[in-house]
Structures are given as C-alpha cells and as structure tokens.
Design a protein. Structure first.
Length: 336
C-alpha cells in the first residue's frame, strides 16, 4: 500500500521574511490558516475515508512550522496528536526552515508524535542562498539535518533547481551534497517564477537569466536516478498541476507532467546508449524490456522517445519484464 498524507496548509505563517522566489498563497491556492478545530475536523473525516490510516501521516505544509508562534504550533500539534496511534494515523509530518531547528523544538515535536521533518533547504550553495534571500547558510542545513536524524525523525530535504545565481555545475554539486546528507526522502522543485516576487523583478529586468529548460530536465533526471540508487525516496518532482501557478507564473520551469519528462529523459539516454553501443546503424527495429509499470515512461510523454528514435531511423518496441528495476533496461535485440 502506498504511503499517503493528510495535507494541512499553514500558508506562509512562521516565515521570518519573504524569500526572493516565494508566494505560498499562489503555490497552495489558499490563504486561510487552520485552527485546532479545523485540524480535528479534517482528521476525523480523513480517518473514515483513507484506505490505510496506519501508513498515513498528518502533514503540515506551506510555511515554516517550527517558526510559528509557539502556542499556535502546539494548538495544531495537540489536535493532530489526538489522531495518532493504534487504529489511527501513523504520525505527523511537517516542513520548516533549517534555522528554526534546535533541541528544544525537537523535544516538543517528539512529544506530540511528529514522525518526519522536511527541511526547506532549496540550495546547498551559500552564494545562491544569499542571492535568493533565504536568511540561512548551507551550514545551517547540515546542522539541522544532523540533529533531526540524531533525534530519530525521518528527514526530508526539499531542493529548488534553477534559482537565481545557480547554474548546472552548482546544481550537480547540490546533488552530491544532498547525497552526503543522506535524507530518507527528497522533493525536487524546479523554479517557477511567480508574478509579484523579487525573483520576477530580477527575471523581467534581465538580471536573472534562467537555465535552459532541457538542462533543468537533465539535472532533475540525474537527481531522480541518483536518489533512487541511494535508496532515497523522491516524494515529488515538480509542482503539482495548479490553475493558480499557471495563472501567476512569469517564467521558470513549470510543466504539469514535469516528473514524466525527467523519467522519459532517463530512459531515452539508456536506450540510446544501449542501442548505439551494440550497433550504430539506423533503419532497423529494436525491442527493449523495462519494468511493466515503466513502459509509458520509457516511451516518453506523448510517445516523445518513440518519435525521437524514429527520426534516427529506429523503430522502437518496448516490452515489460517484472524482474527489471525501475529506470533500468534489459536487452536490446533486433526484431524480425
């Protein structure tokens, strides 16, 4: 059974300042703050609707949870905690800033049944963090991550690809550093430039020149591969499809099926490498095998990979084999 969340958005509350890229109201599509009673109502309803509560967490997203006013934080946690335990939900997940993690707050979170903490790291490069007005350093991220793991919480890391002052080499170094931190899970968010933000001003003035879209897809494809190889679960890759984002974006790397683009890139590379490693000629038919759940990924969104190889003179056929792991391919053989 797949893990699930009961998401409760505490929109932007607790953040000590506005980062250059941020407009949480657009990202979440909400500006209302929940009360403890709202949390109880949401959890009570979900408890009767979720198929597997034992593998479901109550999740506070959208702001810097541990930076909000303490009595409000404990009000929300207390309400959520009533729905954690045997016959109820697995625990509580939350997202917060790295510079608002210390032993005192971790003691509080543990006492209320929190199980997972996601750090909004965004970048692991100090120059990029400063340019995007994050207000914390890469060292703060490392320190917070170590403390969270020491306390036994599941650690999540949120990374934003393509920020102002970043480039491909920095993003690949961020990947290396993230692997060293070794979180249990990650979220990968290619930058979406929202109207009304500092980032939009920089972008529209020409000061912020974004990376090429295909380069960002390539970087994120590598992240998917490397995190998967390291046993780190990728919870999200790209923002979820949203009319608010589509309406308010000024630029960046939004695509409603961004993860599928990255997965297609992974398979295209591997198929191409296998095909031309065995035979560089075109004008032929080849068959490859992938995990059955990945056939559409290997074909590419709107059969983009099939069309790519067709232009090279290769007719691609993809079959399923349950023994093949995700993102791997098996043999390449000529078809008669």
């Amino acid at each position: 059974m797949a893990h699930s969340n009961i998401s409760i958005f505490v929109t932007h509350v607790g953040c000590p300042h506005l980062c250059a890229f941020c407009d949480q109201r657009t990202i979440t599509g909400s500006a209302d703050l929940p009360s403890g009673e709202d949390v109880r109502r949401i959890c009570e309803k979900a408890l009767h609707e979720v198929s597997d509560p034992a593998d479901t967490e109550i999740a506070f997203f959208g702001g810097s949870f541990t930076a909000i006013e303490r009595s409000y934080m404990t009000e929300l946690l207390s309400a959520a905690h009533e729905f954690v335990g045997e016959g109820k939900f697995k625990g509580i997940r939350l997202s917060t800033r790295p510079d608002y993690i210390d032993r005192e707050v971790l003691d509080i979170l543990r006492s209320y049944g929190v199980t997972a903490i996601e750090l909004g790291a965004q970048s692991l490069d100090d120059r990029v963090l400063e340019a995007n007005e994050r207000g914390h350093s890469a060292e703060d991220i490392g320190n917070a991550a170590s403390l969270i793991k020491e306390y036994g919480f599941e650690l999540g890391l949120q990374l934003m690809v393509g920020l102002y002052k970043s480039d491909e080499s920095i993003e690949r170094e961020n990947l290396r550093k993230a692997l060293e931190i070794a979180p249990s899970a990650v979220r990968i968010y290619p930058v979406v430039i929202l109207k009304g933000t500092k980032l939009a001003e920089l972008y529209l003035s020409g000061e912020y020149v974004t990376m090429d879209f295909d380069t960002v897809v390539s970087v994120c494809a590598d992240m998917l591969c490397e995190f998967e190889k390291a046993g780190i679960k990728v919870l999200k890759c790209g923002l979820h499809a949203s009319e608010f984002v589509e309406r308010d974006m000024a630029g960046g790397f939004y695509h409603p099926a961004f993860k599928e683009l990255c997965e297609a890139e992974i398979y295209r590379r591997r198929i191409e490498s296998a095909i031309f490693c065995t035979d560089s000629s075109g004008n032929r038919k080849v068959t490859i095998a992938v995990n059955p759940s990945c056939i559409s990924k290997a074909l590419g969104q709107k059969r983009a990979n099939y069309e790519y190889f067709k232009r090279l003179g290769i007719e691609l056929k993809i079959t399923g084999d349950k023994a093949i792991p995700k993102y791997e391919i098996k043999e390449v053989r000529a078809c008669t």
